[in-house]
Design a protein around this ligand. Structure first.
Ligand SMILES: *Cc1c(COP(=O)(O)O)cnc(C)c1O
Length: 507
């Protein structure tokens, strides 16, 4: 490099200024105002440490830990910490993955391959409660399993153990239970299900993606849920959630080396370098791994306990506060630092609070809750629409603002009936002929990208021509969720695909 030629087209400071301006339009990642997606420990120095650690390994390729030996050292230490925290013994091995979804996909792939090796034939079935994370819908879809969903009690969010017993069989490579579930924070009956599955020779995955690194340091006693439970064969826990690491890092632990080796892919049958990948990616960053390791080193078990205690305290306070809000109820008995809030159906309609109106009112006041749709289960029982709150250590520091804001938001919308999705749809498609009615009565297979985009425009979810750069959603999401609940899932899913594809289309 010579200093008299400048290879750069633009000044770095100018480029970064542009990035900062874009970032300013993002939802805030710190300060506790967004109650999903982000996990703020409330410790600025920890964020700095994570960024410095990631920067140090930035040029490294995590693909080959024999060339970049730092990667092997870091991964072994992170897996070791996770194994100890999550109840594993010397028989438990693991990998660092790019996130919860990859951990879940690999857990299913490994179980499927072990099942095939043991003589399994025909189409395999994946058994899990209806509250299981969508990552397992994706796994079944990608890996060719039928997803057999166990219904849950609409009041408690818990599945019945005998429903698992009925479903176990020679075609089941894996049962998945959650610790806790994302939608309702249910701690599934893990020990009971694992005992049944072990008797039937079926593997059990505990999805502790969200809760793992919080439950491991939870201040109150919990029923057994981790690798100490006999019959649990694998467990996933995300470091980019309650491990406070930047996005892109999760751990998948597995009991038994022989089982775990089926997770790997290796080939020597091409003219390039011998390939061996423990996970789905080839070349991969070491940054999230290094950041996670640095955070683990900085916090230690005691640090995790202190942060978890803050999140646990804040969760308890929020559960109590929501319990005092007329017209709302907390779903079931949440375990871990998250909760779902539904309308209190014991109240007369005029005193109920619709959780989606509530979430929209909270958003208008600067607090972002996550809207979750109502759902009819396979057995016909409905699950309520809810608002989801992920609680982090920093939430504890803003309770004095958050709780009054939640109370005011409920006061603003109490008695307002839930959005009727069918009515919204009818209003949008009246007099048809019009674009919406025509497309919706047609065959979904025929819904072209342009027709789908047209529908999104009719629904007010996409503006202008091709890419609506930036792609911000409307201020009120209740009508959008109502529409999603009402449309046939194939159409709703197709529209979501179109929405996300259009927001990244070059203008
Ligand atoms: C977040 C989550 C996942 C998926 O993890 P990603 O990191 O978003 O890919 C899986 N299961 C549960 C319970 C989760 O909360």
């Amino acid at each position: 490099m010579s200093d008299d030629t400048n290879d750069l087209r633009r000044e770095p400071s100018d480029i970064l200024a542009e990035l900062r301006a874009l970032r300013e339009r993002d939802a805030p990642t710190h300060g506790g105002r967004v109650l999903s997606y982000v996990y703020d420990p409330g410790l600025a120095e920890l964020d700095e440490l994570a960024a410095d650690a990631a920067r140090l390994v930035q040029p490294v390729n995590g693909l080959d830990p024999t060339t970049f030996t730092s990667v092997a050292a870091l991964e072994s230490r992170v897996v070791g910490f996770a194994r100890d925290a999550l109840g594993g013994n010397g028989d438990v091995v693991g990998s660092v993955t790019s996130g919860g979804t990859e951990s879940c996909l690999l857990a299913v792939k490994t179980a499927r391959d072990a099942w095939v090796a043991a003589g399994g034939a025909g189409q395999p079935r994946l058994v899990a409660p209806v509250t299981v994370h969508a990552a397992f819908h994706k796994a079944a879809h990608y890996l060719g399993l039928v997803l057999d969903l166990v219904p849950v009690d609409e009041a408690t969010g818990r599945p019945r153990v005998d429903e698992f017993a009925r479903r176990l069989g020679a075609d089941v490579p894996l049962v998945v239970v959650s610790a806790p579930s994302y939608p309702f924070a249910t701690l599934d009956p893990i020990a009971e299900v694992a005992a049944l599955a072990a008797d039937a020779g079926v593997a059990v995955h505990v999805d502790a993606c969200i809760g793992g690194f919080a439950l491991a340091f939870w201040p109150d006693p919990l029923p057994p849920w981790d690798l100490r439970v006999p019959g649990v064969t694998s467990l996933s826990a995300d470091l980019h959630k309650y491990g406070y690491a930047p996005k892109g890092v999760s751990v998948l632990l597995m009991r038994g080396r022989d089982r775990q080796r089926r997770q790997y892919f290796a080939t020597t049958r091409w003219p390039g370098y011998p390939v061996v990948n423990p996970t789905m990616t080839g070349s991969k960053p070491a940054g999230p791994l290094a950041a996670a390791w640095a955070i683990i080193e900085a916090l230690g078990v005691e640090g995790f306990r202190r942060l978890t205690a803050r999140a646990a305290h804040a969760t308890g306070a929020l559960v109590a506060a929501v319990g005092r809000i007329e017209g709302l109820r907390v779903v079931g008995d949440p375990v871990g630092p998250l909760l779902a809030v539904a309308s209190d159906e014991r109240m007369p309609p005029g005193r109920r609070v619709d959780p989606h109106h509530w979430a929209d009112a909270a958003t208008a006041a600067g607090w972002r809750l996550q809207l979750q749709p109502g759902l009819r289960q396979a057995d016909g029982d409905p699950l309520p629409r809810t608002a989801h709150l992920t609680v982090t250590p920093v939430t504890d520091a803003v309770l004095d603002e958050l709780v009054p804001a939640l109370v005011r938001a409920a006061d603003e919308v109490r008695g307002i009936p839930p959005v009727d999705g069918a009515a919204v749809l009818a209003a949008l498609t009246t007099g048809d002929g019009g674009p919406a009615g025509g497309a919706l009565s047609g065959d979904v297979g025929e819904l072209s990208a342009d027709t789908a985009a047209g529908l999104l425009r009719v629904f007010g979810l996409l503006d202008g021509d091709a890419g609506s750069a930036g792609g911000a959603l409307p201020a009120r999401l209740a009508p959008v969720l109502a529409l999603m609940e009402t449309l046939p899932p194939e159409i709703a899913e197709r529209l979501l695909v179109e929405l996300l594809a259009r927001v990244v289309e070059p203008g």
